[in-house]
Design a protein around this ligand. Structure first.
Ligand code: B3K
Ligand code: ZN
Length: 855
């Protein structure tokens, strides 16, 4: 933080300082008397001394609460209240605490605690939002049963657990499972439900509901099917059953993230649950299926077994992401899911791990925990579990998980508890493996090989560069899945997992008839950067012959990356091996269309910028943009004969279905249309727009019209058709910013923030415009600095209302030091302007100061 900044440095919390709370909570009774600006919350909480703790300070968190009265065992008390909470003298033994507070949901624009969205009350408590509802030990290791009475004049009144009673203007809920306060939820609104039922394998009959506003009822069916599939899958794969009589999901328009796993009452961003064929794309459907599964799976990994403190966040998030990825792989295509996840990790986690925001999967300090719901904690956290599973094998993995559920059900746990079950089940020493949780940065692996007398040797070297606060790195345990191909392309050694533990280590394969071609890091077996310069011919060979689908895709990706780098650096023509290799894959009708679509996709412009930066070249975003555009045009020309056939072959007849098969065909046809539109002036896209009977086709047509420099009339028609639908309008906003040329992107985004349908109150709309600007690589990083300046303006405006979403979006600046001095000066000015804003939130202050900190 600069001296000039008026904001005090927020307090830092350390993992090493953990101590248990001095009291246990035996039960919680809450009464809510709802009123938009004056909701009364009455709490009755039974406390008893915690035998595990020595410090008996009675401190309850509480923020933005007006305390009306407090009692201990029925006697009025006068606690000492600050803006963080209260302290009070308490009896030596067990006692009952009662408090009445007043809060104002309607003016709560941070969307944390109890707030209102379109006339409906809802809550978001993770991580530390419950303290904005009432005074409480708001920490995940304090678990209790909750009974909640809601009084209000809205027709639907929901909370966690099972329904305990209801009448005119009230409802009571009881949750028998002890839980931390961050899993508390309440919803009250004029809602309608899409109902269903599920019978668990032990015969429990569960009532299921998705609650929405009246006009959204036709968008619930898919989410409900996804929920039932998730419930069945968790029984079959992990032996985990649902444990209440009812499971409710509620869709909310104004929500800071995707969804929240509150016990028995999941609250979802509308965009993460509502879908109909005419309003949602195939990608939306797939994302919804995954998020429903993710939140449902939290019932065991997160809720029944929770985190001791927020440093252990990956305990529930890494594991639950891993489980939802397994689910998607089972429901759809496993190789395509793996490719998607690797792309996502490289696009979002690698820049984080290798920049100013780098932190371990289990961080050891934070100022604002909400800033640590990151790709590192979630996605790298899931990769760490994938590696563990690869190392111990499937049987070992599921045995360890059974032990985890048996041993820790009802507890608040740590990463040490987690790794211990694996040690106990497999007898392995995981001390070195645990570095994955404590050491930040992405390991880079280089490879040498040698061949003599039928023996082939692979020598790997690993290196992790310094990251903030961690100058020295120790070697990690890296499972490297390797297969060997013979000179004709047949597999001579099937996939074998090599366990690398040293900084430099060799592995040999003997009795080989000829020098093989290695396929390394199959299935992306570890979240590392494989630093291996293959010739175009070697990549082309692997693209044609590798039996591992991931590495087959990877070979095409390597060729595309090398081609783009050559085009940027030397203005070279696109590589012939690449163009021909892609053509052969596209022609191969035995290959899944979804896989072929993946092979056709190019590495993102930001990925090329990172590769140049890694090679000590300062990336020029406009040159990368030009190379990207140039390569697409060249591909379109080279594949010209094939494209119309591919497009025609991958049209889907009949009723729309979001299943993997038809969605894969549409993905390939969409990618093909993307190329066709570069050479036909948008004619085919125009036809598709006219004929489209679902959003996937309509949106890809509109997008490709914009690619071809057309689409003005269709943009207007799309607006006229959909302006009543918030989720579809988000697409309309995002598309225009995403397609704007580098020198026009900031101006386009600015213009759209002035559109009457733009609003700062809805995070989805803000992300649609400003998130799309951040994703428009050459536009955001434009030499004029206009992208950075606009982003700073809008983040400053948003921070006053909604710190969480602001802080999260600040991360778009995280790569600012990659670029040239001129751009860096603009970015620094923008970041310093944010940092210097009076009254800046703790959330944003932390993010900006980390990005401005020493490199
Ligand atoms: N656990 C929530 C995320 C809460 C974010 C708080 N800032 C959703 C999820 O990961 O399932
Ligand atoms: Zn989660």
């Amino acid at each position: 933080m600069k001296d000039a900044a008026p904001n005090a440095t927020p307090e830092t919390i350390y993992l090493k300082d953990y101590t248990p709370f001095g009291f246990v909570v035996e039960e919680v009774h809450l009464t809510f008397r709802l009123a938009p600006r004056a909701t009364r919350v009455l709490s009755r909480i039974r406390f008893a001394p915690n035998p595990e703790a020595t410090d008996r300070t009675f401190f309850l968190h509480g923020e933005e609460l007006r305390l009306i009265s407090a009692k201990i065992d029925g006697q009025e008390v006068t606690p000492e209240v600050t803006d963080k909470g209260l302290t009070c003298a308490v009896p030596d033994g067990a006692f009952t605490w009662e408090a009445e507070v007043e809060i104002s949901p309607e003016t709560n624009t941070a969307l944390e605690g109890l707030y209102m969205s379109n006339g409906m009350y809802c809550t978001q408590c993770e991580a530390e939002g419950f303290r904005k509802i009432t005074f409480y030990p708001d920490r995940p290791d304090v678990m209790s049963t909750f009974t909640v009475l809601i009084e209000g004049d809205l027709p639907v009144l929901l909370s966690n657990g099972n329904k305990a009673g209801q009448g005119e203007g009230w409802a009571e809920w009881h949750d028998p499972w002890p839980k931390p306060a961050y899993l508390f939820a309440l919803v009250a609104g004029d809602l309608v439900n899409h109902p269903d039922r599920f019978t668990t394998r032990s015969g429990r009959d569960v009532e299921l509901n998705i609650w929405v506003r009246e006009g959204d009822l036709h968008k619930c069916a898919f989410g409900m099917e996804a929920l039932k599939k998730s419930m069945r899958w968790d029984e079959e794969v992990y032996g985990r059953e649902y444990d209440l009589d009812i499971f409710n999901i509620v869709a909310v328009d104004d929500f800071n993230m995707g969804a929240m796993e509150n016990k028995g009452l999941n609250i979802f961003n509308s965009s993460a649950v509502l879908a109909s064929p005419d309003t949602a794309t195939d990608m939306n459907f797939e994302r919804i299926e995954a998020i429903i599964a993710h939140e449902y799976f939290h019932n065991w990994t997160g809720n029944r077994i929770t985190c001791r403190d927020w440093f252990q966040l990956c305990l529930k998030e890494g594991l639950t992401v891993f489980r939802d990825a397994q689910f998607t792989a089972d429901m759809r295509s496993a190789p395509v899911k793996r490719i998607d996840d690797a792309r996502d990790l490289r696009a979002r986690q690698f820049p984080e791990d290798n920049g100013p925001l780098s932190h371990p999967v289990r961080p050891d300090s934070f100022q604002e925990i909400n800033n640590f719901y990151t790709a590192t904690v979630y996605e790298k956290g899931a990769e760490v579990i994938g590696m563990l599973k690869r190392l111990v094998g499937d049987a070992g993995y599921y045995k360890a998980l059974d032990l985890y559920f048996d041993r820790h059900d009802g507890q608040a746990c740590t990463i040490e508890d987690w790794t211990k079950v694996f040690e106990d089940v497999t007898g392995r020493d995981l001390s070195q493996f645990k570095r994955w949780y404590t050491q930040s940065g992405t390991p880079r692996i280089s490879v040498e090989n040698s061949w003599a007398d039928g023996t082939y040797t692979l020598t790997f070297t690993q290196e992790t560069r310094p990251t903030p606060g961690q100058p020295d790195k120790a070697p990690q345990v890296i499972p490297i899945a390797v297969g060997l191909l013979g000179p004709n392309g047949d597999e001579v050694v099937p996939t074998t997992v090599l366990e690398m533990t040293e900084a430099r280590q060799s592995f040999t394969f003997d009795k080989l008839a000829a020098e093989p071609v290695p396929s390394i890091l199959r299935d992306f077996s570890a979240p590392v950067i494989l630093d291996r310069q293959l010739s175009a011919a070697e990549n082309a060979f692997l693209l044609a012959h590798d039996t591992d689908p991931f590495n087959r895709w990877e070979a095409g990706r390597n060729l595309a990356r090398a081609t783009l780098l050559d085009m940027v650096r030397d203005d070279a023509a696109p590589d012939g091996d690449y163009l021909d290799g892609i053509k052969a894959v596209l022609r191969d009708r035995d290959l899944d269309p979804a896989f072929r679509a993946q092979v056709l996709s190019l590495p993102a412009q930001s990925e090329i910028a990172q590769a140049l930066h890694d090679g000590d070249t300062t990336p020029d975003p406009e040159a990368i943009y030009a190379a990207h555009e140039g390569l697409k045009l060249r591909l379109a020309e080279h594949l010209q004969d094939l494209l119309p056939t591919l497009y025609a072959e991958n049209q889907v007849e009949g009723l729309y279905s979001p299943e993997a098969g038809p969605a894969g065909k549409r993905a390939l046809a969409g990618a093909v249309l993307g190329l066709i539109s570069r050479v036909d002036g948008g004619a085919q896209a125009g036809k598709q727009y006219e004929a489209a009977d679902n959003m996937t086709l309509q949106l890809s047509a509109l997008s490709n019209l914009l690619t071809a420099g057309k689409g003005e009339a269709e943009l207007q028609a799309f607006y006229d058709q959909w302006h009543h639908d918030r989720l579809v309008m988000d697409k309309w906003f995002g598309l225009q910013v995403g397609h704007a040329a580098p020198d026009r992107a900031a101006e386009m985004a600015r213009k759209l923030t002035e559109h009457p349908d733009f609003t700062l109150t809805n995070p989805n709309r803000f992300r649609a415009v400003m998130g799309a600007l951040g994703m428009n690589h050459a536009g955001f990083h434009h030499a004029s600095g206009a992208g950075y300046a606009l982003m700073a303006d809008k983040l400053i405006e948003l921070d006053a209302r909604n710190p969480q979403t602001t802080a999260r979006m600040c991360a778009m600046f995280q790569t600012w030091r990659r670029y040239d001095a001129g751009r860096q000066a603009h970015a620094r000015a923008a970041l310093e302007r944010i940092a210097g804003t009076e009254g800046l939130s703790r959330d944003t202050t932390e993010m900006v100061s980390r990005m401005l900190g020493d490199a």
